[in-house]
Write a protein that binds this ligand. Structure first.
Ligand code: HEC
Ligand code: HEC
Length: 189
């Protein structure tokens, strides 16, 4: 039953995407999953607001090429043109980034901060973790999605142009570090 309704939802989304006239209408299709203004309210779906333009564009290219796989993104990217990729990258990168929720476990954040310093995450993701160019914004991203992303790199499920660095890094992270890092980064403003 769930599979059927998901297939129907995808069909509706893909049809509305193909018929959308401009970037705002196309972005409205994305909002069905990624949330209004690019801020996700849904488990395991990342916020897009404030991600670097290049990072967004590369991920769409990776999905379209099949080097990054996700059953929810797949039907969408099949319809996407290079022009869409450029305009959607520009659109979402200009939205106000998500604000981390109130931190209910500052001790875990402290551990995460130490791990991030030790592992030099900021050397690529920038001091504010806002990301740059093809490097993702991490600040304020959903906590469980950050955990998922690190597990995906660790398991070799996310492969593509800019990923070699992350696969190496994630491979050596312990579960404890992943939990703490995700908590720390999700609560950054
Ligand atoms: C049916 C739900 C759904 C729709 C509609 C959807 N997405 Fe996604 N999107 C997802 C999911 C789920 C993921 C996480 C994939 C993963 O875990 O690897 C994702 C991931 C992404 C990512 C990677 C972000 C990151 O931080 O790694 C980008 C970029 C993206 N989507 C852009 C879009 C755009 C642009 C649209 C509209 C054209 C769109 N998505 C429509 C479900 C959706
Ligand atoms: C050598 C540069 C480099 C370092 C160091 C680095 N990263 Fe990354 N990171 C990247 C790049 C590039 C990407 C985008 C990769 C891709 O296209 O999937 C990325 C992506 C990510 C993502 C996926 C975000 C998303 O929205 O999909 C997470 C989570 C992440 N990094 C966490 C970390 C953490 C935690 C550390 C420190 C333990 C770290 N990174 C260190 C370069 C780096």
């Amino acid at each position: 039953m769930r599979v059927v309704s998901f297939a129907m939802l995808s069909a509706v989304l893909v049809t509305s995407f193909a018929h959308a006239a401009d970037v705002k209408e196309k972005a409205a299709v994305c909002a069905g999953c990624h949330g209004d203004n690019g801020i996700s309210q849904t488990e395991n779906i990342p916020s897009l607001a404030g991600q670097p333009d290049q990072f967004l564009q590369w991920q769409l290219v990776f999905f379209r090429a099949g080097s990054r796989k996700n059953e929810q993104m797949q039907p969408i990217v099949e319809e996407i043109t290079n022009e869409d990729i450029r305009s959607l990258g520009a659109y979402f990168s200009q939205l106000t980034p998500p604000k981390g929720p109130e931190d209910k476990d500052p001790d875990l954040s402290k551990k995460g901060k130490e791990a991030a310093t030790g592992r030099r995450c900021a050397s690529c993701h920038t001091d504010s973790y806002a990301g740059t160019k093809a490097v993702a914004r991490l600040a304020g991203q959903r906590e469980e999605y950050l955990v998922k992303a690190l597990h995906d790199y660790k398991a070799g499920l996310r492969v593509g142009g800019g990923v070699a660095a992350m696969a190496d890094i994630a491979y050596s992270l312990s579960e404890e570090e992943i939990t703490a890092l995700a908590h720390y980064l999700a609560h950054l403003q």
